[in-house]
Design a protein around this ligand. Structure first.
Ligand code: NDP
Ligand code: 2IT
Length: 444
């Protein structure tokens, strides 16, 4: 069997028409994998592992009908993409946002396979969600939607089959309603979801894990280059779960955090954010424009992203394709030395080329934001043995996992001139474990 990049991508494009995000994610991975396996692993070429890994094992789409507060019947579409279960049950978040479609969920599920493998834990890859828009909905509308969503999803998931969690638009509240409905339908209290409340089966540090893990990964990059994070300037996009805890940990480690943002605009505080300022931002909800009223060192930039501001480290933590080629050029021109992704695929393919040409350090999402799902994996372990580990233990394990991921990236991503291509390292390192498992389990 022969394997050639152009023909492979053509085939993926033909089989998945009109799915630009999925194609982008696949291209980003197989660009690194094809040369590697053709040279080093002809056995994997013969078994058509790549052809199999880009095909979801199962995809479920379903109707979600629910009643809004005006007693009108609303209809949304629900999805679960069960991508790969070679190394463990499908694992990955649920996203509720109006732009959710199959292309976005397939790209997220595909990335999740490599990310979950990198954590070293026994978890396969999946992702799901709905085009439901939680913004502006009442608490009871959110609950009714979650209950209706889970009424269908419950028959496809389970603690040994598929374990969902949160993502954009799905946080602790939604996980609670989803879990409650699953428990009621199955008459069983189980570890079917992660991100649960710490009173009822959740792990300590899970809410913080993605943002904290991101900063631990940045620390690894800096250590590797004999540098420290202290007094480095950091720009962060987003103001949700990942962005908030990334900012908190960056401040704790002595960095100067200059921005947070949402889909409406960006806060820039030239004196840097503090814990108190972060709390105030939380109290503003989505109304970030009110920030300068309380903190005059801050300014608000409507409809703008953080990437125009000078920084040492940029941490995109909002959504896919939020850094364009022009943004990347501006970051490099302004002296940015590290881009590490809290979000999934926030850099366009063109932006990544700019980073690589400028030889700045680029931590791709599947490595840099793996802390969230890693602690989800630890939550599954705790549920399986009926225990709850203390904060310190979970945080310590999170740090060790991020350090191991960094080592894997260095091992497979080091180029002859010494530059660490973290993307290549993460792609190859994440792939090999899944590929070996698929090989061992026969042609399925
Ligand atoms: P949240 O829903 O908590 O927050 C999302 C934030 O991003 C909000 O501030 C939101 O602004 C902003 N945002 C969302 N969509 C857009 C958009 N189209 N343009 C600009 N801003 C946008 O989500 P999370 O923090 O959980 O997720 C953020 C990213 O991190 C996602 O890419 C997710 O896949 C990834 N991730 C999350 C993990 C987790 O554990 N939660 C784990 C690993 C990765 P607004 O309110 O205005 O929409
Ligand atoms: O993108 C991600 O890794 C997540 N949204 C977290 C998934 C999880 O199962 O914790």
């Amino acid at each position: 069997m022969s394997l050639n990049f152009k023909n492979f991508i053509k085939l993926v494009e033909r089989r998945n028409p009109n799915e630009p995000e999925f194609l982008q994610a696949v291209t980003e991975v197989v660009e690194d994998l094809i040369p590697y396996i053709v040279e080093n692993r002809p056995d994997l070429v013969d078994l058509n592992i790549l052809g199999r890994i880009v095909e979801p094992e199962r995809m479920i789409t379903f109707r979600v009908a629910w009643m809004d507060d005006n007693n009108e019947v609303q209809v949304n579409r629900g999805y679960r993409v069960q991508m790969n279960s070679a190394i463990g049950p499908y694992k990955g978040g649920l996203r509720f946002a109006p732009d959710v479609n199959l292309s976005i969920l397939k790209f997220l599920a595909f990335e999740q396979v490599f990310k979950n493998s990198l954590t070293g834990l026994p978890i396969g890859g999946g992702k799901g969600g709905s085009d439901f828009d939680p913004k502006g909905k009442s608490d009871t509308e959110i609950m009714r939607f979650c209950q209706s969503f889970m009424t269908e999803l419950h028959r496809h998931i389970g603690p040994g089959t598929d374990v969902p969690a949160g993502d954009i638009g799905v946080g602790g509240r939604e996980v609670g309603y989803l879990f409650g409905q699953y428990k009621r339908l199955q008459n069983s209290f189980s570890g079917v979801m992660t991100g649960k409340g710490t009173q009822w089966g959740g792990s300590f540090i899970r809410p913080e894990a993605t943002g904290y893990g991101l900063l631990y990964f940045v620390q690894c990059i800096l250590d590797f280059n004999n540098e420290s994070i202290e007094n480095k300037t950091v720009t962060i996009s987003g103001a949700g779960n990942v962005a908030y805890y990334a900012a908190e940990k960056a401040i704790q480690l002595g960095a100067k955090v200059l921005t947070l943002s949402n889909s409406q605009g960006t806060i820039y505080d030239k004196e840097g954010l503090t814990f108190e300022k972060l709390q105030h931002i939380t109290s503003l909800g989505r109304n970030l424009s009110r920030y300068p009223k309380k903190y005059p060192s801050g300014s608000y930039h409507a409809k703008e992203t953080p990437w125009q501001f000078k920084c040492d480290i940029a941490l995109p933590c909002a959504t896919q394709n939020e850094i364009s080629e022009a943004d990347a050029k501006r970051l490099v021109k302004n002296g940015c030395k590290i881009v590490a992704e809290g979000a999934n695929m926030p850099s366009t393919a063109e932006a990544i080329r700019v980073y690589e040409q400028a030889k700045i350090h680029f931590g791709p999402g599947k490595a840099a934001n793996a802390g969230g799902v890693a602690v989800s994996g630890l939550e599954m372990s705790q549920n399986a043995i009926g225990q709850q580990w203390p904060h310190e233990k979970v945080d310590h394990r999170l740090k060790l996992i991020m350090e191991e991921i960094h080592k894997t990236c260095v091992r497979y991503g080091k180029e002859p001139n010494g530059y660490i291509n973290y993307l290549k390292g993460a792609n190859i390192g994440g792939f090999l474990k899944v590929a070996e498992a698929m090989k061992a389990q026969g042609v399925v």
